[in-house]
Design a protein around this ligand. Structure first.
Ligand code: HEM
Ligand code: CU
Length: 578
């Protein structure tokens, strides 16, 4: 049920209840599609965890899955691309529309959904028929079917479509409020999508110039190194495309959900501007073990990579202080009392707080990956998936779950079927993912390789090779089983509430107030004179300036690396291994 007080004032005033209802339905469609992808991905993930624990479930799964690598491709693509893209492309349009009180261009937003949906279906088909077990990185010369590459092309293209929608909404808003600073959630969403639009150029070039025509038989060979470089031009920024929507919720909503205020609006803007600028130039740090570019460049990359930690540290302190402020308002005392005083009984809050805690492990392991020498120890071991399951697998996944806990009631007018089951799911996810990640990173230090069907080895060989890592590998398997329980508890709450939740007045979007930011945001609320913002914040509002800096930094980092590759082209025919 849509009531007048849940609508942004401008939408209500222009009497476009129908537009608001379409917006709700479309946002719900993004949410349901995204979590359906996670349902597939999270069903397969624990099988991989069991694989490392020495349990080979795959022979029993034929003909559904022919090999470990088919399952792993589905897991990576469904979770890493389809789940995150759908929810983000819904959220980063929906939240700004509410914040600004401006309706999004529904035709474009539906097109975004449709392109990604067709792409997802193509990729699913290609993975299901076992023609494309090329893993989520689809490194050539591994070769899959045209459906796979064309599907990925459509997914990538569709995922950048919120950018023009956001630019249009911001322009409309500005016409009503000339000279004002972009409201925070819109600013964060816009910088995220600008970053992603620029980043997408890499993988688009790889797909359109090489992999699409190659898979269609139009060209015979491809260059693996050039294509890996183009992939990581997008593949590093994708980690920010996973992280920034979670930060949008932490900065833009969480402080309100815990009953306080965001402690600093400018810090949030600085974080997003820095993430946008730093995300692109460092992509080749995924290629520390690739041949062909100088060690000087590898050294420079380490320094640049470490600088990306700055905005995340700023986030840790700003969000930490905002939480402390709320906790003390709620009567929390002493060193840790404020933390316990937070509203842990709200599953949306609990999920985000737990997500933030796992990020400590995620950040620390990221510093290891980003250092050239340490990277040499952990490269291509289980340490790497150990790391990114405490980033995208928990920070992003849990924050998106947290968002669904208020958004499903908000969009459908139905309450959660069980807050206790919701709390159970996120706590179990937290415990399971922590155990899993400790196991994976620890096993990686013994050199256990990632992407390896180790459970298919003869028993003696498995023990001879990985016996030393038996304790961490047991943790991996145990964590995986807990994650099965956690994810099905979550899906019961999510789908159950949409279908069977009790009807209740829909809650509003929990936009947070902030210190140092504009007081009001929708197009018809009282004006905020721009002079009241600091010069830095006004400068950061020039997003095209940030775009220019990002492009220059990226060219400076990539031309010297790509140039020699372009002069020593290798021509590799395709391999189909599994
Ligand atoms: C890879 C388990 C959830 C994204 C893996 C691997 C394991 C695993 C064991 C490593 C496989 C290997 O290297 O051979 C799980 C479990 C999950 C889970 C038990 C709990 C349900 C997620 C989530 C995401 C995710 C929520 C992202 C949103 C990925 C990606 C890979 C991966 C991108 C890399 C695949 C590759 O190397 O090609 N997962 N995962 N996983 N996982 Fe998960
Ligand atoms: Cu990276």
């Amino acid at each position: 049920e849509i009531t007048a007080d849940t609508l942004p004032s401008a939408l209500a005033r222009s009497d476009s209840d129908r537009a608001a209802a379409s917006m709700h339905r479309l946002m719900l469609a993004f949410l349901i599609t995204g979590f359906s992808a996670l349902l597939i991905g999270a069903t397969i993930g624990p099988l991989q965890a069991l694989n490392y624990g020495g349990v080979d479930a795959y022979p029993a799964l034929r003909p559904l899955l022919q090999s470990y690598y088919q399952g792993l491709t589905i897991h990576g693509v469904m979770n890493g691309y389809v789940f995150t893209f759908f929810i983000t492309c819904g959220l980063l349009v929906y939240l700004p529309a509410r914040e600004l009180g401006v309706a999004p261009n529904l035709v474009m937003w539906r097109t975004c959904f449709a392109i990604m949906a067709v792409g997802a279906l193509c990729v699913l088909y290609a993975m299901a028929d076992n023609s494309s077990s090329v893993l989520w990185t689809f490194y050539p010369p591994l070769k899959g079917s045209p459906f796979f590459y064309i599907g990925i092309t459509l997914l990538a293209l569709g995922s950048t479509m919120p950018l023009p929608i956001l630019l249009e909404m911001r322009a409309t808003w500005r016409r009503h409020r000339p000279g004002e600073i972009t409201p925070l959630v819109t600013y964060m969403s816009l910088t995220t999508m600008l970053m992603w639009g620029l980043a997408g150029v890499g993988v688009m070039a790889e797909l359109v110039l090489q992999l699409d025509p190659w898979s269609l038989g139009l060209i015979g060979t491809v260059d693996p190194i050039i294509n890996r470089t183009l992939f990581w031009l997008t593949g590093h920024p994708i980690v920010y495309f996973w992280l920034m929507p979670a930060y949008v919720s932490w900065y833009g909503l969480l402080s309100r959900q815990v009953g306080g205020k965001l402690i600093s609006d400018p810090m949030a803007r600085i974080t997003f501007a820095l993430l946008m600028i730093f995300a692109l130039p460092v992509g080749t740090h995924h290629q520390f073990s690739d041949p062909g570019f100088s060690s000087i460049w590898r050294g420079i990359l380490v320094v640049l990579t470490m600088s990306v930690a700055t905005p995340s540290l700023v986030t840790a302190f700003t969000i930490g202080l905002s939480l402390e402020y709320a906790g003390r308002l709620r009567g929390g005392q002493g060193w840790f009392g404020w933390f316990r005083a937070l509203p842990w009984g709200d599953p949306s809050v609990a999920a985000q707080l737990l997500a933030a805690i796992t990020f400590i492990l995620g950040g620390a392991t990221g510093i290891v990956n980003g250092s050239w020498q340490l990277n040499a120890i952990v490269h291509n071991t289980t340490f790497i998936p150990g790391h990114f399951h405490v980033t995208v697998g928990s920070v992003t996944a849990m924050t998106l779950m947290a968002i669904s806990f208020w958004m499903v009631p908000h969009l459908t007018g139905r309450q959660l079927i069980s807050r206790r089951l919701a709390l159970f799911s996120v706590w179990t996810w937290f415990v399971g993912m922590t155990i899993f990640a400790i196991g994976m990173t620890w096993a990686g230090l013994y050199g256990v390789p990632r992407r390896a069907w180790v459970s298919a080895l003869p028993h003696d060989t498995y023990h001879a090779l990985y016996g030393a890592a038996s304790v961490p590998l047991a943790l991996v398997a145990a964590g995986g089983v807990l994650l099965w329980v956690a994810s099905y508890a979550f899906f019961a709450v999510f789908f159950g509430s949409i279908l069977f939740g009790r009807r209740a007045a829909p809650p509003p979007v929990p936009f947070a107030q902030s210190f140092g930011g504009p007081a009001s945001s929708t197009i018809d609320s009282p004006p905020n004179p721009a002079q009241s913002a600091s010069p830095l914040i006004r400068a950061l509002d020039h997003v095209w300036l940030l775009t220019g800096i990002t492009v220059l930094a990226t060219l400076a980092a990539y031309i010297p690396i790509l140039w020699p590759f372009l002069h020593h082209v290798t021509r590799a025919p395709g391999w189909i291994l599994w």
